[in-house]
Write a protein of this length. Structure first.
Length: 193
């Protein structure tokens, strides 16, 4: 392949790289807003139903519906954001291969930029990209191992932690509602001492 074609492909991958991480961020914020809204609405509805002395079955049904939907949404959010982050990491691997093909990671020897090698960061041996780029990439021999190793790190770690905690909070609130309704039912049914 000629260098012009590879460079155009590299530029296209750079824009796609940014697009995938933007999509992940956008989806995460949408899911987070939806989950928090449903959590607040469900909590208010369950509290109102419980205080209005509605049937315990109605209170538990409302809690199951609201908190159950939220747990499902948290799971879907994690999966969706994982997919966008995976595409982001895959774009990194393609860009790394293209950078090596285009020799973008090293200034050519004998070039007109000899002064640039002696200028700022002269000990970087003429490398244009930060050393960590190369370190992250060299320890993986396959694209799949790179993606798998980094899928649960970075910004995606915070997506997983946030949605996981919201899922656990919904499960705890559902459990608390069931215990509260059962305790109220047992208090009404139990004979006075």
């Amino acid at each position: 392949m000629n260098k012009d074609y590879l460079f155009k492909l590299y530029l296209a991958m750079r824009s796609e790289h940014v697009e995938w991480i933007s999509r992940q961020s956008e989806h995460f914020s949408h899911y987070l807003t939806l989950v928090v809204a449903i959590l607040g609405l469900t909590t208010a509805a369950v509290y109102h139903l419980y205080e209005s002395k509605e049937s315990g079955l109605v209170v538990v049904a409302a809690a199951l519906l609201g908190f159950g939907v939220n747990v499902g949404l948290c799971y879907v959010a994690i999966r969706a954001c994982d997919r966008f982050y995976k595409r982001f990491l895959e774009a990194i691997t393609v860009m790394a291969k293209l950078e090596a093909s285009l020799d973008l990671d090293v200034l050519p020897s004998g070039s007109a930029d000899e002064k640039a090698k002696q200028g700022p960061f002269a000990n970087d041996e003429g490398r244009l990209f930060p050393a960590r780029y190369e370190q992250h990439r060299k320890c993986h021999d396959k694209e799949a191992t790179f993606v798998q190793a980094l899928k649960g790190k970075g910004v995606n770690l915070w997506v997983r932690v946030t949605m996981g905690m919201l899922g656990i909070a919904n499960i705890l609130l559902l459990s608390y509602t069931i215990v509260l309704v059962c305790a109220g039912y047992l208090a009404r049914v139990a004979p006075p001492a």
